[in-house]
Design a protein around this ligand. Sequence first.
Ligand code: C2E
Ligand code: MG
Ligand code: MG
Length: 708
Amino acid sequence: MTNKREESKDQKLVLVVDDDKILRQILCLSMSKSGFKVAEAGTGEEAIEKFKELGADAMLLDVLLPGIDGFQVCKRIRKMPGGASLPIIMITGQDDYESINSAFEAGATDFAAKPLNPLLLCYRIRYIIRANQAFDDLGISQLKLAAAQEMANLSNWELDLTSNIIEWNANVCNIFGVTEQGYRGDLQFFLDIVHKEDLENVRKKIDQSVRHNRDINFEHRIILKGKNVKIIKQEGKILYDSAGIPVRILFTSQDVTEKKNTEDEVRFLAFYDRLTEMPNRILFKEHLAKALFDAKRDRSYIAVLFIDIDNFRLINDTFGRKTGDAILKIVADRLKICLRDNDTAAKMDEYDLTARFGADEFGIILENLNDLSDSAIVCRRIIEMVNEKITVDDNDIFLHSRIGVSVFPDDGNTVEDLLRNADSALSRVKELEKDSYQFYTADLNSRAFARFALETRLRQAIVNNEFYLLYQPQVDLETLKVTGVEALIRWLHPDMGIVSPMDFIPVAEDTGLIIPIGEWVMREALIQCKKWADSGFNIKMSVNLSAVQFRDPKLLEFVKTTIVEEAVDTNFIEFEITESMLMDDVEGSIERMEKFKELGVRLSIDDFGTGYSSLNYLKRFPVDALKVDRSFVSDITVSEDDAMIVTAIVTLAKNLNLEVIAEGIEMKEHLSFLNNLGCDHAQGYLISRPVSAEEVESFFGDWTVDEI
Ligand code: C2E
Ligand code: MG
Ligand code: MG
């Protein structure tokens, strides 16, 4: 209120309105004695004029006035600026109840009946002014709060814990995007608004809060009409009754959508590359630090790859910046695909990360590597993919890349060391041929190269028919005659000579090449088996299955058709499966073995005793025989431990009604020891090394062990 009272703000002004001049003067006198400023009026019109001119902090208003009466004055003042909240005390006659009622209807704050006690009246006015002030202040602060909440997109609502009823106001409706009409008052209504994917978390939070009397804090999304999404932050505070029992949760809700979006934007600008949308060097380092922490804990490998695109500046100079950018985006997408491709042996981890460092430089972190050569597989794949043709504006472009690799723990165990070493490996590879990669450590490099050389050659070996089979005879220790052979693969490479299966089978497994190789072995062995059968030699043929083959869902079908095509008697076919293969997935293995048994073939567990302890499961495996690993056999005559192990295996097999075959028999002593134990079959250099089909035939027929 701006008026002439400005100078004495603390002194309150009371407007005394009464047509009785004497009474008016008495009232004015006692008011000013009590510290009020006073203004007076003798008629209703005068009162309104005075209020208009001076304003007032309170008004004493006689009901009976000449002209317009006190009720009218009260009503009019209520409508004037500053009049709505003015304390108006109406002076009525004693017991004049009708006047008292009319006074309230006209909007009076209070009444005082004649005869008046001026001193008491002063006190009364003082209290009323004070209460009115507090009320005004509260109103103002509520208004301020509402305005501030609206500005901050904030609001609050309450959940009654006994009835599940919620109370909220228009502003909450606004934030939650619901109309006030469509609002129902229970908790479910709120839950219905919450985004489906966040619902469980919201439920859990509220539940926890109720159960543990804990204030809560959570964020959730809501979907508005038109599929817009809002992000709401909720802070819930528990309110207790006087007995300390939680009765309500007071929620403060804030629409943080814009803030979140800005945060995301800021984060994107700070940690990502705009062009490729890949992480930048800062995020890459952060991620590497985390990866190192995990790798140290899990004792796993990490590889850091620095990739450089050759002569990229030339592309920019020739085709311009815009085309250059488009090409970089294509390269970036290919790199991302490289990491997502799960077909190869190098299984990529979901946390692997590709980043862009500079114009034409990229970085990759490979985590959870089982084998370091997996990183070399990724390098090859990257080089191949970058190499693929890119067509822009009718131009075919072929890019070349070089990669430097550092590995944890071999090449360092800090972020800085690994980055520096990958970088220096990259510098080194830049001096070498294009489309190549280089490990920081020379030893790793040669290992990776050797493996790749082998992989490439292995691919050619299939095409060039460089594999052949040898057969090692197996003797029945009761009859001392040869009853079976084990087919063992050999690879004759034009330059490398004969390569041991121990060296190439693991690479074939990692690259998936074991599937075509294994199929070749299978067919070859089955054809040989049939040939011998046709010549009157009923010889059992043992074929080794590798883990990848055994898990291949197509194997069973392949075996089935090959058996039919080659017309072999399944009684003479045995598959050797290693113990560790079975233990990887016991139930799945049993199921697969049972399917093989339905075909009528025999199954044996190879290298028994070396792998996991499968003794508990042995009863459930539908196998016919155990092959005692040769590492136990070689020392049975000198090591008591080994003798005990072999004895135990033979006894166990007998109890389970399984046949036992001992591998690696090199000495006569081995043979007699095993014979005494009651072992069924023997295989080893003492009888024969693996030999060609023609050579092994000399062991069939009348041959017996006594000939050794
Ligand atoms: P394995 O199945 O345990 O085969 C027995 C290995 O022991 C053969 O080695 C055999 O030459 C060798 N051996 C036999 N008797 C003696 C002996 O008295 N003393 C010694 N020191 N060694 C003996 P090879 O042929 O080098 O094969 C090694 C492994 O490669 C095999 O172990 C088998 O796991 C795998 N393998 C061989 N051929 C195939 C195949 O066609 N497919 C698959 N998946 N794996 C194969
Ligand atoms: Mg074997
Ligand atoms: Mg073996």
